[in-house]
Design a protein around this ligand. Structure first.
Ligand code: M6R
Length: 612
């Protein structure tokens, strides 16, 4: 939610900032802006409503702004509609201070009222402007810029990653962080800040992650970081080892399509290092077998697609471990007074590792004494750093707002974790264990097979893309699969869709089925195939158009009832959602393509949701 980038060096800053913002645009894309400081022209700000390309045209790719020091921002609006004025950077009244911000200043109204009473005039409706105005106010009173920054940080409440330029500080910018991601990038003769590593990877792989309460002064020849008390801090550096091309489209029309196609490889990378001599091992797991045996209860918390991974996990973990697994949306968890204590293992699932609701749930669970294990894609992210154990998914950078390869790799890690625990607990027999391990190793190849059939899915999408409403139905793991399939369709194609446990239809929803209603019937969960068929027959009898998904072994049976049948190879039952999701992602993609939607940047959404 909002992307921040900052640069200081010897080259012209504006083109570098725009390039960084392009890579962060997935975080928010309703407006963008940059501020650059130069000796000749002082503090210059250019910003504009709309996509980054509008800003780029306004500043001729950055060429019209001189200066080797600046900050930039791409916005997902929280306070104030997306327009030129509400775009970041925000200036103080005297135009000496410019601020970019990701997060929310919760007590901004109270601060704004105070500043208004002091005669300060505001230009925007944003919460961020109070940071620029309050800083200028304190600075005017004291003449001490760093002291004023600390005063502001003590006064504001909420979440922030901040980039601050001041015309009295011609060779540096200031950065600060609390509950919103911000990293420092160390270049040669230049340095950076960014919300995410994709914005700086072209220039440096040497980064460190700012901690809550830290403040950094970023100069071309070095970065000095201070803790919340103003004492200097030595940062631990991390090396980013993935390739720049991983965050580029590489000839594909959309990141989403590229990421769908990358799934076999991503899953392979997630699985391979964790299977040794036929056994699943998590070398990174600190939890001992004794501690695993002591777990009284497992609680999964997550949002969106990560929550849907948790839904599959609930079925699979309960099956493998024969003990209760609870699941709750992270946004509900913290206010639900959840039944969590020292004996509970809370599994937090998050691609970004920065989702505020998930982060808040994690902290609530910690307060209640639970042990936290997270499944995260972004290395070094906040959720990863605050967990007792973190299992990375190794999906590489995921740029499209709609998650695909991160979902698939999360699913695999959770399944493998279930297997690992089951072996420790003795709740799985050797034959079943070996069968699942062997199917895990075959999974990337089977995923490749599914991807080869994309033309059939494209054809079905061209047939049904103009339906206004779609129902996904399925039982057990197919119900969990339906939840994710439905979210994929609605978020990128704006087609209304719902996912139902097939057995629930008769309790109400079936009243919505009429001639021509599109029902996507999921029948990959073979143990309940016959039950699934009965429900398909019921909706067919009421006039529904049906697209069915089943396994190769069941396709002939399905074809007796349904004309449009998609298939996936058979695998072990617990792994079937990993194959089933691929045709569903492709279906959503092709429907959105037919409808002319902005697939990688769907309306009103952002990749990393760092507001509540
Ligand atoms: O980064 P996270 O996994 O924590 O994100 C959670 C959701 O915001 C995310 O899965 C969202 O639902 C995606 N847009 C789904 O494609």
């Amino acid at each position: 939610m909002c992307g921040i980038v900052g640069f200081v060096g010897t080259e012209q800053a504006a083109p570098i900032l725009l390039d960084g913002l392009e890579r962060l645009e997935y975080r928010g894309y309703d407006s963008a802006g940059i501020a650059v400081l130069s000796e000749k022209n002082g503090l210059q700000v250019r910003k504009s409503k709309g996509r980054l390309k509008v800003l780029k045209a306004l500043v001729d790719g950055g060429r019209t702004m001189d200066g080797v020091l600046g900050v930039g921002h791409t916005r997902w609006a929280t306070h104030g509609e997306p327009n030129d004025i509400n775009s970041h950077p925000h200036l103080s009244q005297d135009s000496h201070i410019a601020v970019v911000h990701n997060g929310i200043i919760e007590n901004y109204m109270e601060i704004k009222e105070f500043l208004l009473s002091q005669g300060v005039e505001f230009r925007s409706e944003t919460d961020t402007e109070v940071v620029a105005q309050l800083l200028a106010y304190y600075y005017r009173l004291s003449g001490d810029l760093m002291g004023s920054v600390y005063r502001v940080l003590h006064r504001i409440e909420g979440a922030y990653a901040l980039g601050i330029l001041c015309s009295d500080l011609p060779d540096a910018f200031i950065a600060a962080r609390k509950d919103a991601p911000l990293l420092l990038g160390y270049g040669e003769g230049c340095n950076f800040i960014a919300s995410d590593v994709t914005a700086v990877i072209k220039h440096t792989r040497d980064v460190s992650y700012m901690e809550d309460g830290e403040v950094a002064v970023v100069r071309a020849d070095g970065i000095q970081v201070y803790n919340a008390m103003g004492q200097p801090v030595e940062k631990t550096h991390s090396f980013i080892d993935w390739d720049v091309s991983a965050a580029e489209k590489g000839g594909y029309e959309h990141f989403m399509f590229k990421e769908i196609m990358e799934q076999p490889e991503a899953v392979r990378k997630t699985i391979s290092p964790r299977i040794k001599e036929g056994r699943i091992c998590f070398e990174e797991l600190k939890m001992t077998p004794e501690e695993i045996r002591e777990i009284g209860k497992i609680f999964i918390v997550a949002c969106g697609s990560s929550y849907h991974v948790g839904m599959v996990g609930k079925y699979n973990l309960e099956r493998l471990l024969r003990r209760p697994v609870d699941i709750m949306l992270a946004s509900e968890f913290r206010y639900a007074d959840p039944l969590v204590d020292e004996d509970t293992l809370v599994i937090v699932i998050s691609q970004s590792g920065e989702t505020l609701d998930s982060m808040a749930a994690l902290r609530e669970a910690r307060k209640l004494g639970a042990r936290i294990l997270s499944i995260v894609n972004v290395v070094g992210s906040s959720i990863a750093r605050e967990s007792d154990d973190v299992l990375y998914t190794w999906a590489g950078p995921e740029i499209a707002v709609a998650t695909t390869k991160a979902y698939s790799t999360q699913l695999i890690v959770l399944d493998m974790l279930g297997m690992y625990f089951a072996e420790v607990l003795g709740t799985i027999d050797r034959g079943n264990y070996d069968a699942i391990v062997s199917e895990l190793q075959a999974l990337p190849y089977k995923m490749e097979e599914v991807l080869e059939n994309k033309e059939t899915i494209q054809y079905l999408a061209s047939r049904y893309f103009n339906h206004d409403s779609v129902f996904y139905i399925g039982r057990n793991l197919d119900f969990a699969l339906g939840l994710e399939s439905s979210l994929k369709l609605k978020e990128i194609s704006y087609v209304h869709s719902e996912a139902y446990a097939s057995g629930e239809l008769k309790h109400g929803t079936i009243s919505l089925i009429e001639d021509g209603t599109l029902v996507v019937a999921l029948g990959t969960y073979v143990p309940l195939f016959d039950k699934a068929m009965s429900n398909i027959v019921e909706v067919k009898a009421r006039g529904a158009d049906i697209v069915a998904l089943t396994t190769d072994s069941k396709k002939e049976e399905m074809r007796k009832t349904v004309e449009n049948v998609l298939t996936v190879p058979d695998t072990h039952i617990i792994l079937e959602p990993s194959l089933g999701i691929i045709p569903m992602q492709l279906f959503a993609y092709y429907v959105a393509l037919q409808r002319g939607c902005d697939i990688d940047k769907p309306r009103n959404l952002a990749k990393s949701v760092t507001v509540e």
